[in-house]
Write a protein that binds this ligand. Structure first.
Ligand SMILES: [Zn+2]
Length: 491
């Protein structure tokens, strides 16, 4: 027996050493996508948008060693040397890897969806464990929160395999199963039965390794409070896509983040009862909340004083705001299965023959109010995060949606460098990782997006991603997309 202890211990020691190394040994599957990997990489003559909101700086060199940025210097030709890869990036821009704060690893299926937008229950959310991580990385996302999981063990194992170099994908902040109340739109979500159940659920999943939680639309205040307290005891943050609990109530209970901008606050909904989701799920409140009025001011000051972040998820609301949005991207259509593409167009179209929806609020007004409130929140010192929420309505995809979110923030009035900060450094700050990621700075992890053009001048250049560095390894965006072709919506 004794003799068998030693080899086992040495094995564990070796495992520990491997795990602590900067870049793990990459599997053949991952290596297929690697375009740049060398002891030293020098990006020369590149424009930097550093993620802090500062202006773009032209003609810079970035030196990458051991997975870190070790120097940022004035642009110069770098001599070729053994062990050094030099990339001439004239005409290109580098920005920090996107920190996607409302991202998912599942897809949404509406069985038998037709041109009248009818579908048969139940709505399902199958995992996209193969395609989603590749699409995120291809789009420039190097860190993401899963923001509610359907297959939590899958997501935890995926995180392990990505970190171990076995599978391609971004760094994951795995969110636990949705903390949902007694009923749900989604049949796959567990239901909390009491505050004690909420506490036990958080304790169990924190023990399994999840690093964030998300409360959902029908949770009660008591359940939410118990979940927040249990999470905070473990240093874990809680966000929410709420309805039964208003934004102000959640802030006062200690929540850390609120999803979907100001679209799902219910405090002014006429039928709102405590602990129960209202019929409009927040539309009435947003329509009636004057962004410059006293209620908005009071809400924003409550959120800011309680250090509650807000996650902007404009891409998932965009198609409701006007016809023809968002613009079609061929690469996005190519990524989908034929069935997913068909559903995408059915969801996207506004059929003239469809029955008019119940007398309802003008989506353009909701869009306008939300944008104004998001701006007022930032002006008041609030921490605004960004994430696309793929694929809430079937028309937002991983990676592509993250880029689109940045474009929409610019359309709403943020400057391109401010919008990029919201999608990069702000997420890192929220996660307490701003010393390692979120901006282009010496000493930080080399998580970088290389794109042709200048998104500081023309934000749509953010779509021209060619190489995505994660921990100093440069992945080929086009190859990642190619590997997903025709598969998103299936696995
Ligand atoms: Zn979501």
């Amino acid at each position: 027996m004794t003799s068998r202890i030693w080899p086992q211990s040495i094995g564990l020691l070796l495992l520990a050493l491997t795990a602590s190394a900067q870049t793990p040994q990459l599997s053949k599957t991952v290596e297929e996508f690697v375009r740049v990997q060398a002891p030293k990489v020098v990006l020369t003559h590149v424009r930097i948008i550093d993620g802090t909101g500062g202006p773009a700086v032209d003609d810079q060199n970035i030196v990458i060693e051991g997975g870190k940025i070790t120097a940022i210097e004035k642009g110069a030709d770098a001599p070729a040397a053994a062990g050094t890869t030099v990339l001439d990036l004239r005409g290109y821009t580098v920005m920090p890897g996107i920190v996607g704060m409302h991202n998912h690893l599942f897809y949404i299926v509406r069985p038998d969806l037709d041109s009248q937008r009818h579908f048969d229950p139940p709505v399902l959310a199958p995992q996209m464990t193969f395609s989603a991580p590749r699409l995120y990385l291809a789009g420039g996302v190097t860190t993401m929160r899963t923001t509610g999981s359907m297959e939590t063990y899958t997501d935890l194992n995926l995180k392990h395999d990505i970190d171990a170099g076995k599978l391609p994908g971004p760094h994951l902040d795995v969110t636990g199963p949705y903390l949902e109340g007694s009923t749900s739109y989604f049949i796959q979500m567990p239901h909390l039965t009491s505050a004690d159940d909420a506490r036990r659920t958080v304790e169990y999943w924190a023990g399994q390794g999840v690093t964030s939680f998300k409360a959902y639309m029908n949770i009660t205040r008591a359940e939410l409070k118990a979940a927040i307290d249990a999470a905070h005891q473990r240093g874990i943050k809680v966000t929410g896509h709420l309805c039964s609990v208003t934004y102000k109530e959640a802030a006062e209970l200690g929540i850390d983040d609120l999803e979907h901008g100001f679209f799902v606050n219910t405090q002014l909904d006429p039928d709102k009862k405590p602990d129960v989701c209202s019929a409009s799920a927040g539309q009435e409140t947003l329509a009636h909340m004057d962004p410059n009025g006293p209620e908005a001011k009071d809400l924003i000051s409550t959120l800011v004083s309680h250090h509650v972040a807000v996650t902007s998820t404009l891409p998932v609301f965009e198609s409701e705001a006007g016809a023809g949005r968002p613009p079609l991207r061929q690469q996005m259509l190519d990524a989908m299965t034929p069935e997913a593409r068909e559903d995408f167009f059915l969801v996207r179209q506004q059929p003239a023959s469809a029955p008019a929806p119940a007398p309802k609020i003008d989506p353009a007004l909701l869009w306008k109010h939300d944008l104004e409130l998001e701006h007022a929140f930032v002006a008041a010192g609030g921490l605004l995060l960004s994430g696309p929420d793929p694929t809430g309505r079937g028309d937002v995809l991983p990676g592509f949606g993250d880029q689109r979110g940045i474009e929409l923030l610019v359309e709403s009035g943020f400057s391109p460098v401010e919008a990029i900060k919201i999608a990069t450094l702000n997420g890192a700050i929220y996660m307490g990782k701003e010393k390692e990621i979120g901006s282009v700075a010496t000493g930080k992890n080399a998580d970088l997006v290389v794109m042709k053009g200048d998104p500081a001048k023309q934000i749509s250049d953010i779509e021209n991603v060619e190489i995505v560095f994660k921990d100093g390894v440069g992945y080929d965006s086009r190859k990642l997309l190619e590997s997903v072709r025709g598969r998103y919506g299936q696995y």
